[in-house]
Design a protein around this ligand. Sequence first.
Ligand SMILES: [Zn+2]
Ligand SMILES: [Zn+2]
Length: 217
Amino acid sequence: MAVFECPQPEQMLAPWPAFGGNHNPAGGAGSTDLSATCNGYVQGLEATRDSRDASFAMQPEVPEEPLSVGSLGHPIACRRPCVYMTKNAECQNGRACGFCHCQHPREVKLDRDQRAMLHKLPYGDFLEIISEVLEAKAAEAARPIVWEAVRMLEEEAKLAGISVQGHDLNAKALKRLKKRLAHLNVVSLLALANRRCQGSMSTELVQIAAELRFQAE
Ligand SMILES: [Zn+2]
Ligand SMILES: [Zn+2]
């Protein structure tokens, strides 16, 4: 059975088969053997290169654009997606960009009425709504500190008093508002809650957001 053998070092150093026979005065059968060895050697090199290319192909893909400062904590704690990356797939600010360079689903923003609605809601109801939306995200976020934030907001909401019937939001508008809020990531929701929180509550929310952004699990 013919088995390809790796050329021995002395064979590798042997001169390339003669062109026109000038360097191989012996000629004859020996020249055919050498030629076969060289062909085998070249094939061996090609096989090595192919397998090396294959192992390169197995490597995880490195993103072409480096992540930005705003991408820290993606997807639960990053900043809003960078408009330049979304539109042009490149951003001149590179790593220094304060917005997220990772892929995001299309951004859904609160409209003007919804922002006004959030602002006008009684404090307890406002916190209750944020905590409810945040709770739905807590399991997926897989960071225990998110549950802590949910509990904090719930307790604060109860202390302030929840008057779901008391405010003038109709059920439909409230449902739409919650649906929109669900598009915000965990840290954006904490930032939103923080706009109306005060004192130690505010400090704790800021700390939780920082931990989610800057500390890996
Ligand atoms: Zn992101
Ligand atoms: Zn950017």
